[in-house]
Design a protein. Sequence first.
Length: 227
Amino acid sequence: MGENEQEKKINVEKETKTKKTKHKLVKVILILIGLLVIAYFIFVMRNYYIMNKIKEKASTYKDVTNYTYHMKSNEIESTTIQDDSTIRLEFSKLGKNNEETIVWFDKNTKEGFLVLPNQKKATKMEFSDVVANAPFSIATNVAMEIELDGKILYTWIYTDEFDGKECYVLSYDKYNKEWIEKDTGLLIKKELKDIGTIEYTNIEVNTVDEVYKPDLTGYEITNETIE
């Protein structure tokens, strides 16, 4: 065998080995891609199953109109009390000032009051509506329910305990999370990047007998209309 033929043979062997190496590499990459696709499919299907489970539990409260709950954030605490026709929100600003605010609203008459107990002042208003149902938002907010369907594609879901309740934690990113009670589908805690932590506790349904109108004896009362 001549020198040229020997060199050709060596080159052919090198090319063959290179092709085999490339083929193996492509095969490995395709396998990895396939595994990633399968893993992502499992991830999405798991999220889909959990989200549907949450919505099914929450649907129990779709038409809830009688409830009370306590809310606490980094700066404010509030208590919401509502029956079929009336709602009362009691806010307390945390810190040195400890300012208090009461909002009372009659859904039937649209009459409402914004009350500042510390200042002995109140404003009579005509509200179009007042909504304060955060713990039940998955059941009562159609937009949020639709939003949850979209979030199955990227939400990391794990379990945690809050206020003695076992929860699904929906982690949308590093800074935004929601704690959903497993047994009820109620939102009981959330973390927001620009606001901080918000907690919803002492949630009770169908226990409110009457929502009392604020006693404005001795208050300075003004009138204002809100469109």
